[in-house]
Write a protein that binds this ligand. Sequence first.
Ligand code: PLP
Length: 398
Amino acid sequence: MNINKNYLNLNDSYLFSLIAKKVNEYKQQNPEKEIISLGIGDVTLPLTPAVINRMSKAVSEMGSAASFKGYGEEQGYGFLRRAVSGYYEQKGVGLNEKEIFISDGAKSDLGNILDIFDVNNTVIIPDPVYPVYVDTNIMAGRKIIFIDGNVKNSFLPMPDEELYGDIVYLCSPNNPTGAVYTKEQLKIWVDWALEKEAVILFDSAYEAFIQDSDLPTSIYQIDGAKNCAIEFCSLSKTAGFTGTRCGYTVVPKELERNGTSLNKLWLRRQTTKFNGVPYIVQKGAEAVFSKEGLAQIKDNIDYYLENARIITDTLNQSGIWYTGGNNSPYIWLKCPENMSSWGFFDILLSKYNIVGTPGVGFGNNGEGFFRLTAFASRDNVNKAMNRIQQSGSPFINI
Ligand code: PLP
């Protein structure tokens, strides 16, 4: 018996535990200080009334023999797939409900999708990046090519003639950088993938934060994308479903490789290894896409974006370089005075009692950068930014 030795190649994911350890030590030494976290990628506002009402009704339905539900379709109930399809219609994207697969969140599907690809495929991953793309490919033993995100390309890496690979991950709006690809940039990626017969795995978990109507909220708004891209989306950040768990993955019928439909392969994979998302959760998710539900989540997203604006106002005043914050809950800043990510973490904690996430935790190119998130209460964001502004020369000579 042999284990999967690829697992031994994984780096320990010590980022958030090291942050917690440092914060706890600081708290013990300074019990009187109030620490504000702008570091966590989890929502802080509760589920909206439309979702709660529909889920409560679904709970009652489960208690009556006439409306009880057992196993559902693995790919999701028709009512939710039609609701998602209606949501895409509003973006100008036509999808057949058979192209939509309901999931228990984007993270699972981003990992599971690799089942339908050969382990000998080469994978292209931007750096810095959401660590799940890297680790799931290391687990499978795939060859990874990193492409550089940096100040020069505003953390939006693009393909060049020499770039070759079979699978590429794109995340827009991006975690951790908050950067958003334009339609023109995505068109270049789509044309590249079509030419190389590669497949784009497009993570649009934060699409609902996009405010600028010129920016794409789905890769299928780009001509040709249905022939080369799979899209992963989630209700986690859109509608506060991080603990409730629901997302969706789109595999277009047009998408074929080696003369085989990827939609067919994914359906086969899901019906074999997945038994669907709870009925109660899917009913709550359906309510998100109702007129009332969409208005309510918009209020929550506006709340987070206003938090982001308050944070970026302070950065603007301090002359600090950053991406994100406009169409994203993440703000990715260059550490002042050429400090390292962890050096800035320590200063932010000890001088301002604010916790953020060191950029180096998202890849080598994150060194010297830092992620702040807008997932906090307005009070805490105001308090945190006041502390920085009142310090006289914010961030300079710290
Ligand atoms: N994709 C990105 C870029 C994320 O940041 C996250 C969560 O933080 C996910 C996917 C996973 O979301 P879910 O909660 O749907 O699994």
